[in-house]
Design a protein around this ligand. Structure first.
Ligand SMILES: [Zn+2]
Length: 135
């Protein structure tokens, strides 16, 4: 199956999924998946909050949500991106800073929730691209 790309419109800020470069669903601006870097994110399946999306933040900017056992690819320019995941009252996360560089342009991550006694915590870990499921 084709990769699902998650992009943020540079003109109107609308966050949307696209399968290829094309117009923004909101304002018509051309959205390009041809960026030098990319972050892949896979949400590992679990029972906790399986029906709800996990909210994704990149550098404090909302980047949509990810469903249970869903994988998304975010084409991005080189740079540093702090990733934060939230779900309802669960706002604890290990907040990794992802560096996308010419030597390391494609970073794959998996996120899962560690169920805690007091509070659940999201753990985002780097994964090998070959282990990323297609959804
Ligand atoms: Zn737009």
């Amino acid at each position: 199956m084709a990769k699902k790309y998650r992009v943020k419109c540079p003109k109107c800020g609308n966050v949307q999924n696209i399968l290829e470069s094309g117009p923004c669903a909101k304002c018509g601006e051309t959205l390009s998946i041809d960026q030098p870097g990319m972050i892949g994110l896979y949400r590992m399946g679990n029972m906790m909050g399986a029906a709800t999306g996990f909210g994704i933040y990149l550098n404090e900017q909302p980047y949509g949500a990810i469903g249970n056992r869903e994988s998304l690819y975010m084409p991005l320019p080189y740079g540093e991106y702090k990733m934060h995941i939230v779900c309802g009252m669960n706002r604890k996360c290990n907040d990794p800073v992802i560096k996308i560089t010419p030597d390391d342009p494609f970073v794959c991550l998996k996120v899962h929730m560690n169920v805690g006694f007091i509070q659940n915590k999201f753990v985002i870990e780097r994964a090998d691209p070959s282990t990323m499921p297609e959804t």
